[in-house]
Design a protein around this ligand. Sequence first.
Ligand code: FMN
Length: 367
Amino acid sequence: MSTLFDPVQAGDLQLANRIVMAPLTRNRSPNAIPPDIAATYYAQRASAGLLITEATAISHQGQGYADVPGLYGTEQLDAWKRVTDAVHAEGGKIVVQLWHVGRVSHTELQPGGGKPVAPSAITAKTKTVLIKDGVPTFVETSEPRALDAAELPGIVHAYAAAARNAVETAGFDGVELHGANGYLLDQFLKDGSNKRTDDYGGAIKNRARLLLESTRAVVDAVGGGKTGIRLSPVTPANDVHDSDPQPLFTYVVQQLAPLNLAYIHIIEGATGGPREIADRPFDYEALKAAYRAAGGKAAWMVNNGYDRPLAEEAVKEGDDLVAFGKPFISNPDLVRRLREHAPLNELDKATMYGGGVKGYTDYPALG
Ligand SMILES: Cc1cc2nc3c(=O)[nH]c(=O)nc-3n(C[C@H](O)[C@H](O)[C@H](O)COP(=O)(O)O)c2cc1C
């Protein structure tokens, strides 16, 4: 029987263990360029079976927070290459999370100060971060405009171009589409944020169209074996809601099955919150079974609130990978600490978003 510390194959990715660093936005990339210390930060964590980077914008339009990185400019790609080289020098594997925030943005972050874009012109009741006088400040997101159907092929193309640049130029081992947490692809999926009446709204197959077109385009660009996708069926993050998520996500994973992806990454419950939500029940085992019944062979990755016992249980029950978020911020050597049952460093919440070395590269490893 497999344990957390056993190797596993996820598509083209041969992983040394089943412990994954979840994507973690750190707001330390002015001008959307990862800083030099990002190479140190990720390399310190390279003993994870897989590192998933912080969410990284596929285009300027896809940008929604101050000082988050991008993947659409030469300097951004050069900076990411320094990160992937540093991780590979430590024997690690790293994929980049491809991000379009959709409506979770602010006019100050958009090209030409324009409105953020969304499936429908409905403002998200959520906040984003701007830097005001050097201080990260939470502000309401701006009112979005509904995307014209004619703009959607450009977004699909941006996902594919970012994926190609990530692998060919920046040296990533693969990419993860961010289909979770109330960002653009999730906004299209869910009927609380998608009120469209064209081919991209209404029926489940229409709401899933943009996510599936984008995933297929990424697979065409870099190969299914280098492509993962993150989904969060019931998270309330960023004000998303669906009236009937089980059939919606069942359809999505059935359509993903033939793409021979590296992994499917599922956030169970409310991201960073309860794993079960009373008024949003969801059967994750049924979702996985539907994917396998449709022929899906990707590694199955789970996340949200895992500790060692829960993660061991998940692997024993047949999940392939477990992603840890907050524990990886404060424990660069999380794999060793879990293996040795060592205590974990405490997380300093004040340095999660923005700042420099403090709370980023200065958490101690075991001696
Ligand atoms: C500081 C911070 C930044 C995060 N940034 C991202 C992100 O960029 N992309 C994403 O999909 N999830 C993001 N998340 C969610 C985490 O990936 C993860 O789903 C969440 O923390 C729950 O896992 P955990 O209980 O192991 O921390 C972030 C969470 C935190 C705490």
